[in-house]
Ligand binder design. Structure first.
Ligand code: FAD
Length: 568
């Protein structure tokens, strides 16, 4: 049987940073990914990564305050302090690994402004920051000879009672099922943006890790907090980076008005994402739209700046909607972008509390978008996610190595786990042709979620979406997998991903119905105010023994910033 001290699921930035940290100490570590590592969604990050550098006149406490305010006071301030305090050193680490960040005229690392922040502290590589960092990180993974199971799909966590002992996974090339033993397992499996349509996320962002942890008994926290990004392209929902507005682009309606003047007179287009997405939705609903879109206007930035710093979105706009952004404004609308909620972890990535204050899964760690530490609370600031991946990727590896040094492998029968999984997969293959196709069911789910849990929500709308999703769970049991083959059966993989997305969809809807207030991205027209008296708390959802969803609450950690009214 394959066996490691630390097994990292996921090869995006969180997974690579974790694996690298473990590999540097000589630990027996491996990384497993359903796609070739550099195809992970981190590769698509455009705008940049935040850090407050003291020698640039910035201060980590200012970054932390902006993050707390951005989170609408739902973020845990101890975790936010850790992230912002460690950001500067981690940014320099990335530079030393070889990331060629843009520089300013004096030759210093260059910054651009990003939403919800009073200072320009976003470091960037044109509008391909994620690609630049991910490729450099992968060079390090190769340099340290980390074992990579690439194009392996993890299907189940191996459990004994409350303890995780590794994972069952399919080698996609052969279709063979294997058990991989690990003293500590780190989930770095990314977000769940494809639960909605339209979405900026890659098709692979199907919330697999959240679902694996949830099925194993770990709680999911604040799942209702789903971020809509204000500038996604008409039709496809492909992202146009916030960096465009950071460089000075405007948002205008059909009357040519810079409408953000009405909604956020100080920060304008650089108010936080929830605020800008709501403003756009109001403009669209009031009829100041073209085909359900408002416009992003970059023309005044000039061709030279656009081609130097925003050439990628220039290319996408031309290719996908035929608009040359140096000459015309481009139609955009809010689209789903990021899951602030996820697997509850502490600041060292643990998915359980060693002191027993909350129950989770021992031996399991999580980092990156799949985790909820929680540093983003009700709304993530742009460019804080790449930061989250590297800070908590590294910290979870340290936590996992510590755990692995004190615990032995779980004893289990490889055959039992492998055969159990084979039987489950065969169940899908044996479904007759009368059920839904995977693509149809996925689209029905994603459209229902966008309708019921969009930028503005109501009790009735969320209930309707929940019922639709629960109905789809029944339809899912009969889902049709037409490809019966073994090698690269992507049809089967899509079905498994859909099962994970349905877990995420259900918990997002239940969390949304439960939180009877408006906070951050969760904006209800029937409870339109933030309610600090009753809702300064996290919602934890857990799968009961009979598959039912149980709810718990945890207080928000407040260190130095008391809740106050949030204005931009
Ligand atoms: C278009 C776009 C632009 C963005 N721009 C920015 C930005 O400029 N700045 C910023 O801070 N944030 C940005 N974000 C957000 C940020 O990029 C992501 O939150 C972050 O990269 C997630 O990293 P991750 O390591 O957690 O997961 P990912 O990079 O998504 O990696 C997930 C990994 O898990 C693996 N995996 C998943 N499920 C399984 C399974 N079942 N079995 C095996 N492997 C599995 C995948 O193969 C993959 O390797 C952007 C996001 C998008 C979609």
């Amino acid at each position: 049987m394959y066996s490691h001290d630390v097994l990292v699921l996921g090869a995006g930035l969180a997974g690579m940073r974790a694996a690298l940290e473990a590999a540097k100490t000589g630990a027996n570590v491996a990384m497993l990914s359903k796609v070739y590592p550099v195809r992970s969604h981190s590769n698509a990050a455009q705008g940049g990564i935040n850090a407050a550098l003291t020698d640039r006149g910035d201060d980590w406490t200012d970054h932390a305050y902006d993050t707390v305010k951005g989170s609408d006071f739902l973020g845990d301030q101890d975790a936010i302090e850790v992230m912002c305090r460690e950001a500067g050193q981690e940014l320099i680490n990335l530079e030393h690994m070889g990331v060629i960040f843009n520089r300013d005229e004096e030759g210093h690392l260059g910054t651009r402004a990003f939403g919800g922040q009073r200072k320009a502290r976003t470091f960037f590589v044109a509008d391909i920051t994620g690609q630049a960092i991910l490729h450099v990180m992968f060079e390090q993974i190769l340099k340290y000879n980390v074992r990579v199971y690439d194009e392996w799909y993890a299907t189940t966590l191996i459990m004994d009672g409350n303890r995780c002992g590794g994972v069952v996974a399919m080698e996609m090339r052969t279709g063979d099922i294997h058990a991989i033993q690990a003293k500590a397992t780190i989930l770095a499996t990314g977000g769940s943006g494809r639960v909605f349509e339209p979405s900026t996320n890659a098709l692979i962002c199907s919330g697999d890790g959240m679902s694996l942890a949830y099925r194993a008994g770990a709680p999911l926290m604040d799942m209702e907090m789903v971020q809509y990004h204000p500038t996604t392209l008409k039709g496809s929902g492909v992202l146009l980076t916030e960096g465009a507005r950071g460089e000075g682009a405007y948002l205008i309606n059909t009357k040519g008005e810079r409408f953000m003047e009405k909604y956020a007179p100080n920060m304008m287009e650089l108010a936080s994402r929830d605020v800008v997405s709501r403003a756009e939705t109001i403009e669209i609903n009031e009829g100041n739209d073209i085909d359900g879109c408002v416009l992003l206007d970059c023309r005044h930035l000039g061709t030279a700046k656009i081609m130097e710093r925003l050439s990628y979105i220039h290319e996408i706009s031309l290719d996908l909607v035929g608009v040359d952004i140096t000459k015309d404004p481009v139609p955009i609308r809010p689209g789903v972008h990021y899951q602030m909620g996820g697997i509850k972890t502490d600041i060292d990535g643990r998915c359980w509390d060693p002191n027993g204050a909350w129950k989770g899964v021992e031996g399991l760690f999580a980092a990156g978008e799949t985790a909820c530490v929680s540093v983003h609370g009700g709304n993530r600031l742009g460019a804080n996610s790449l930061l989250d991946t590297v800070i908590f990727g590294r910290r979870s590896a340290i936590g996992a190595m510590d755990y692995a040094s004190q615990n032995s492998h779980l004893n289990f029968s490889e055959n039992d786990w492998v055969n159990g999984e084979k039987a489950k997969l065969q169940g899908f293959l044996d479904n007759d042709a009368s059920g839904d196709l995977v693509a149809k069911l996925r689209m029905d789910m994603a459209v229902a979620m966008d309708k019921g849990l969009g930028v503005y929500r109501t009790e009735d709308g969320m209930q309707e979406a929940l019922q639709a999703v629960q109905g789809m769970r029944e339809r899912f049991k009969k889902v049709v997998v037409q490809d019966k083959g073994k090698s690269f059966n992507t049809n089967l993989i899509f079905a498994l991903e859909l099962g994970c997305m349905l877990d995420c969809a259900e918990t997002i809807a239940i969390g949304g119905i439960e939180r009877k207030e408006s906070r951050g991205a969760h904006s209800r027209t029937d409870y339109d105010k933030r309610d600090d008296e009753n809702w300064m708390k996290h919602i934890l959802l857990r799968q009961g023994d009979g598959g039912e969803v149980t709810k718990e609450y945890m207080p928000i950690v407040v260190t130095q910033w008391q809740p106050e009214e949030r204005k931009y």
